[in-house]
Design a protein around this ligand. Structure first.
Ligand SMILES: Cc1ncc(C[n+]2csc(CCOP(=O)(O)OP(=O)(O)O)c2C)c(N)n1
Ligand code: SF4
Ligand SMILES: [Mg+2]
Length: 275
């Protein structure tokens, strides 16, 4: 670390487009703090990919970095090609829950299965925020959204656990009420290889909070804090006890050959065989 942190150092002279009080400001700030603490003076060693949605606006066009702002749900395959072509870059995807585990779910699972060398940071605001707060695969059961006025009738998908089951090298979940822990998780994930996933349960006062019954942002953050259960403690808890709780912490950290390693070693083998 060479100087005091300033997010502006890493950002273009533009204002992030989020609603006042949105948790995505904290997520962006925490990511840049992690980058700063790792000693990066700028973002030239990074390349970002994002799809469509509020969370997908974090890197592009706001960060002074190369980034691809692609179609809704397609950031992971784009990030995969960037990494395969430029393996020296640290490739980071930012996306929403709809983007990453709704429309983009197949890509998410296969990227984890392949141990693709990318970091995916998912802002989970529990709805399709940018399009008006529609129910998402991550919406808690029986929650009111713009498309479920009597409460959602489906069970939510657990993205952090799905990443583990699919083969991720690292999977963690924190919330916007746990920014110190989130920053450490980002720093750690940036230093690891393979498919790394960080889910950030984020407060969205506009499209989620008011319909879901939260009076203000403070109440949402208090809820996140009070209902967070460290993953190590969940072994002895029943499903009923875990209902509506947010399991936080590291779900997995492991090492196995990554996609870049296996692809480049096969290329080498094929080249040597042809000579
Ligand atoms: C193929 C396609 N389908 C649907 C849309 C409309 N759309 C844009 S963003 C979005 C959902 C955004 O939700 P999420 O990914 O959770 O991001 P958030 O805004 O909540 O951060 C949808 C459905 C689109 N742009 N492209
Ligand atoms: S709709 Fe929600 S997630 Fe999107 S910018 Fe507004 S508060 Fe943030
Ligand atoms: Mg969302």
């Amino acid at each position: 670390m060479t100087d005091t942190f300033s997010a502006r150092k890493y950002m273009r002279d533009l204002k992030l487009p989020f609603c006042p009080g949105c948790g995505l400001f904290s997520l962006s700030d925490t990511f840049l703090r992690a980058v700063h603490e790792l000693g990066h003076e700028d973002l030239h060693k990074f390349c970002f990919a994002s799809g469509i949605g509020c969370s997908s606006w974090i890197p592009s066009p706001y960060y002074v970095a190369d980034s691809v702002h692609t179609l809704h749900g397609r950031s992971i395959p784009v990030a995969t090609s960037i990494k395969l072509l430029r393996p020296e870059l640290s490739v980071v995807v930012f996306g929403g829950d709809g983007d990453i585990v709704g429309i983009g779910l197949g890509h998410f699972i296969h990227a984890a299965r392949r141990n693709t060398d990318i970091l995916v940071i998912m802002g989970n605001n529990m709805v399709y925020g940018m399009t008006g707060g529609q129910v998402a695969p991550t919406t808690p059961f029986n929650t009111r959204t713009s498309t479920t006025p009597y409460g959602s009738f489906e069970y939510p998908l657990d993205a952090a656990k799905l990443a583990v089951a699919s083969g991720a090298a690292y999977s963690a979940r924190w919330t916007t009420a746990h920014l110190a822990e989130l920053k450490e998780a980002i720093k750690k994930a940036l230093g690891l290889d393979g498919f790394r996933f960080i889910e950030v349960v984020t407060h969205c006062p506009t499209a989620y909070g008011r319909r879901a019954g939260f009076k203000d942002i403070g109440e949402m953050l208090k809820y996140f804090k009070e209902n967070a259960v460290p993953v190590q403690k969940t072994g002895k808890m029943s499903e009923e006890e875990l209902e509506r709780r947010i399991i936080v912490g590291e779900f997995v950290q492991r090492r196995r050959p990554t996609l870049v390693e296996t692809v480049y070693s096969k290329l080498k083998e094929a080249k040597e065989g042809a000579e």
